[in-house]
Design a protein around this ligand. Structure first.
Ligand SMILES: C[S@@+](CC[C@H](N)C(=O)[O-])C[C@H]1O[C@@H](n2cnc3c(N)ncnc32)[C@H](O)[C@@H]1O
Length: 275
């Protein structure tokens, strides 16, 4: 069946998302109660966090303080705190920070402080052995890198997407099937950061990471809500998206599971002059 082409105008009309910049993190990552539930469900099944922690462990094992920028609901912050770090976690999303606050109280972690604030407004009052940011692409512009490096004694560690065109959940394939321009899936990736670092003569280590970060759902309709939440696709294509979900989802532990091979890059940036 030949599907009608979705025009650029259609797409821009269906989403508040600033697709052109590809960088507007704040607009693209809107936490709500449902997205927190989805994230918690995927955290239970992913090996992403464990793989990242194993990869960076040799760098951070003897260090003690970490600032986690854009911590979200705190997957990394909590893991760092549990392994003994003094953690400061910041995020601009009130709802994500509220969730993290409750979680910290529930498990009674004492060595983690949280600040519901944007990085731009965060008042640095100390230096940290490590400053860490996972998937906060839009925030790490040149000036901000200078600023955070000033407050790091050892490493700035950033996780970024490997791909220039976002392909989480094989979404690129769906876009092609619906004849949506895949330019709308453009994102800034590690190459943008490398450009800045090379220009500034800052040294870094780079690790490519493959992990499973799929999404469990109770029903396929929930899968449709999920796709519509994260990827702007016109409502009138719901049937096509449902058929695509039918093909892509597998049954796992009595739930539908949409697989996702996440390709990430870990950039371990040394404090200038340390080595
Ligand atoms: C893709 S999520 C990553 C969450 C977490 N780091 C992780 O990897 O699980 C991006 C996070 O950055 C936060 N964020 C966006 N703009 C921000 C800003 N200006 N300052 C601080 N956090 C921000 C969002 O609220 C969101 O929680």
């Amino acid at each position: 069946m030949k599907l009608p082409k979705i025009t650029d105008k259609d797409l821009l009309n269906i989403s508040q998302t600033n697709l052109d910049s590809g960088n507007s993190l704040r607009q693209r990552f809107n936490w709500n109660h449902q997205s927190i539930r989805w994230f918690l469900a995927s955290e239970d099944t992913t090996n992403f966090y464990q793989k990242v922690l194993e990869t960076i462990h040799p760098y951070i094992e003897n260090l003690s303080s970490i600032l986690d920028i854009g911590c979200g609901i705190g997957g990394f912050s909590i893991a760092f705190a549990k392994s003994g770090f003094y953690v400061t976690a910041i995020d601009s999303s009130m709802i994500a920070m509220e969730h993290l606050r409750n979680k910290i109280q529930e498990i009674n972690l004492q060595n983690i402080k949280i600040f519901p604030v944007s990085l731009e407004d965060f008042q640095f009052f100390q230096k940290y052995d490590v400053i860490f940011g996972s998937y906060i692409m839009g925030l790490m512009e040149e000036k901000m890198i200078d600023r955070v490096l000033e407050y790091t004694t050892h490493y700035l560690i950033l996780l970024l997407p490997y791909r220039r065109i976002k392909n989480d959940f094989c979404i690129e394939e769906l876009y092609r099937e619906l004849k949506i321009d895949t330019d709308y899936l453009k994102q800034s990736n590690y190459l943008d950061l490398i450009k800045i670092l090379d220009r500034k003569n800052i040294s870094y280590h780079i690790k490519i990471l493959h992990s499973d970060f799929g999404q469990p759902f109770q029903t396929k309709e929930e899968g449709l809500d999920f796709i519509n939440h994260y990827f702007p696709i016109l409502k009138k294509y719901d049937d096509e998206v449902m058929k695509w979900l039918d093909r892509k989802c597998i049954l796992r532990d009595g739930k539908y599971y949409l697989p996702n091979q996440k390709e990430s890059v870990i950039m371990i940036i040394e404090k200038k002059g340390r080595i």
